[in-house]
Ligand binder design. Sequence first.
Ligand code: FE2
Ligand code: FE2
Length: 300
Amino acid sequence: MIVGNGGTVRDPFSMDALLENLQSLPTLPEVAMKVLQKTSDPDAGIKDLEELMSNDPSLTAKVLRVANSSYYGLSRQVSTLKMALVVLGLEETARIIRAITFLNAFPSIRVGGQFDYSSFWLHCITVAEVVRGLATRLKIREYSESLTGALLHDMGHLVLASFFEEDFVDMVTLADEKQLSWLDAEQEVLGFDHPRIGAILCKRWNLPETIHHVVRYHHAPIEAEKHFPSVYLGYLANRITAHYGVYVARETNSTTLAADPVWEGLSRYIPHTPFKPEDLIAASKQEIELGAELHQQLLQ
Ligand SMILES: [Fe+2]
Ligand SMILES: [Fe+2]
């Protein structure tokens, strides 16, 4: 039994009860689902995406606002989706659409007062930026699913704060009292954790398996059985982002990145890495700043 914050005694959560409650989780709008499918289809083109988006003028308007923001620093005004697709490219435009879609699925109004919604998204958006920076520097070509996974990796926190507020408050209280990470406090209060909840959400949204894995193993990449480079990339970006103080909750990490087995593990998939971990941490400062800029545009 769990003694709650206000002294109430409740039965511990069972996984079954959670899954039942998750039936009320938001679904993604139809247009967004189709956009997600189209953007992972190598045969899809600009015209396909343009056609789909013509059904959602409000999403298109938001995409144009971000495309015209200082984040992209374009020299000319982008006034149509077609122009955005041509100037930014299909993948980059799709990335903006995905970010807006995920943000819209969990509006801030739903979240309890204990949860810092803005800081949460700053962290997630920045981890995705850092994934991109790492992938570029390490010459990893296939990183788009790792990037989406990074954007979603901590969604389990948002689900808890939105739908299980009492448990969320108990968890935060316990973490503060015992100086635990949220991950450990979740296990103690709920018997499961936010990576697991996040992975359930990804399945519900029919996202590709690589994305589930990035989310599910973002604190324990060594436990993953496949999709290693993507999972490792997500994990490293999360660590580097936290290193810059951009985190949802302080995480306990006793090893340096250089001594982290994941760093060593990554070299099996990306040979001849010319970078040392400290170089990558220093270089990621650029993405930390970009993350803050994009966050400001997306949450406006
Ligand atoms: Fe996390
Ligand atoms: Fe995180």
